[in-house]
Design a protein around this ligand. Structure first.
Ligand code: DSN
Length: 466
């Protein structure tokens, strides 16, 4: 992945800042400014600088296999750390509640245009601070407190904001959960049955821990039959969707949401995307798109983070471009290769494999719990997350499984041979843990650490000259 700062950010302008003023002097050199900012931080706050340097080294030197994690290009980070963070700009382009938003308007319009281009959407809202914020805006726009929603149960791979009792979405709404089959697959007959029984106002599809393709067209049929809105949350698979390697929900769902920091390799943030239903009437006044805009600002958020909006624009340009196809292919091929290798090594996988970037290991037959496995792997430089698997009876902080993903491995350019080595390292550690005693021997830890170091050095973080 190689991104460069848009020329528009470094070229000269001739316009005056406001009518009657002298023309601008030449535009500032942002690259020099970024270096200066780093130097100032080092000089003025050594403690914080050192912490940031340590975290940078940690990311450089470890194998990040958390499925919800990824790595943004430095040009994305440059937007996030830019002067746009100084800006208060409530409202939307052309309709702000503060002066001084001309450039911000252009940036937000660019982000909207690029979001639409990346997903074939007809409209996009780029202000949500996260995927969760995007979901909250959609749910509060379409439902009144006490209304019914139907989402994938958290234990079966759903997300907190899809109606979990731990979230406002499960507390302030009447939430019902659909579950997966004993094999871990979505059961569309059960979903239809629950939809017709509970008549939810909203059905949520999409998942945080589900490794298979989702049939969005089937979900829309069920939603239409039940008289419900359909929300597709594609936070985990947005890159595969944009690359055409997973079905695209944008014209099936009434609304699609995604976070931008997973498979879009963007900043912390969220998007709301609208397809063929964008201009249909919303539940109150105006179109569905207008209802959702109001739901973001002013209903659930105040001023947007324009630095994040610019960073989304930067990431979306890359995602819509030709180079992304290669990354997306590595996402899917890498996960396939990891799944195959772990099966060969005798481990069990939820659903027996993957169609996405994600592999869900069911450890219950091994006697090793997810928390122990997570810690042992981290001690070797491999970062994963413990995850409950369908039917899991262990506590949420213990878990009977692990969730692996290829977002960062793909960005690092790892081919099949490299990801199979990653899978082997995971398998070596888990195999040692399942032996009597269940402790990772120091020589094995050192051997795995050394191989992790070699893999990281051979596949540096893209665009990070560290
Ligand atoms: N949804 C959380 C996860 O999947 O880990 C974080 O985005």
């Amino acid at each position: 992945m190689s991104l460069t700062l848009p020329a528009a950010l470094t070229g000269p302008v001739e316009e005056a800042p406001f009518p009657g003023a002298a023309p601008h002097p030449p535009l500032p050199d942002l690259a020099g400014f970024a270096a200066h900012a780093g130097t100032r931080l080092r000089e003025n706050d050594r403690a914080l600088y050192d912490l940031l340097a340590r975290e940078t080294a940690r990311q450089r030197d470890t194998l990040m296999m958390v499925a919800a994690s990824s790595v943004a290009d430095p040009s994305v980070l440059a937007c996030e750390g830019s002067v746009l963070g100084n800006l208060t700009a409530e409202g939307y382009p052309g309709n702000r509640y503060h002066a001084g938003c001309g450039v911000a308007d252009e940036i937000e319009r660019l982000a909207i245009e690029r979001a639409c281009a990346a997903f074939g959407a007809r409209d996009a809202i780029v202000q949500p601070h996260s995927g969760s914020s995007a979901n909250l805006a959609v749910i509060t726009a379409l439902l009144d407190p006490g209304d019914t929603l139907l989402g994938l149960d958290l234990d079966c791979g759903g997300h907190l904001t899809h109606g979990s009792p731990a979230s406002v979405t499960g507390r302030h709404y009447r939430a019902h959960g659909y579950r997966v089959t004993p094999e871990g697959l979505l059961d569309y007959a059960q979903i239809r049955e629950l939809a017709l029984e509970h008549r939810p106002k909203l059905i949520v599809c999409g998942a945080s821990a589900y490794p298979r393709s989702i049939d969005f067209a089937r979900f829309r049929e069920i939603a239409d039959e039940a008289g419900a809105y359909l929300l597709a949350d594609i936070s985990h698979i947005a890159g595969l969707v944009a690359a055409g390697l997973h079905p695209n929900p944008v014209d099936h769902a009434h609304v699609t949401t995604t976070s931008t920091y997973k498979q879009l390799y963007g900043p912390r943030g969220g998007l709301i995307l609208l397809g063929r239903d964008a201009r249909t009437p919303g539940p109150e006044r105006g179109t569905l798109a207008a209802t959702l805009r109001r739901a973001v600002f002013p209903f659930t958020q105040g001023t947007p983070d324009l630095a994040s909006v610019a960073a989304k624009a930067r990431a979306l340009d890359f995602v819509a471009g030709p180079g992304f196809a290669e990354v997306a292919k590595r996402l899917a091929d890498g996960a396939q290769a990891i799944a195959e290798r772990l099966l060969e090594r005798g481990f069990e996988l939820v659903t027996g494999g993957t169609d996405t970037h994600m592999v869900l290991l069911d450890l219950r037959a091994t006697g090793v719990t997810g928390d122990v496995a997570e810690q042992a792997l981290e001690s070797c430089g491999i970062v994963v997350n413990r995850n409950r698997v369908p039917g899991d009876t262990t506590a949420v902080r213990v878990t009977g499984g692990l969730r692996l993903g290829t977002n960062t491995l793909a960005a690092r350019g790892m081919d099949r041979t490299a990801v199979v080595e990653c899978a082997d390292l995971v398998a070596d550690v888990l195999t040692a843990l399942r032996a009597p005693g269940g402790v990772l021997p120091d020589p094995l830890r050192e051997r795995v650490r050394a191989r992790v170091s070699r893999l990281c050095a051979a596949h540096p973080l893209p665009g990070y000259p560290l």
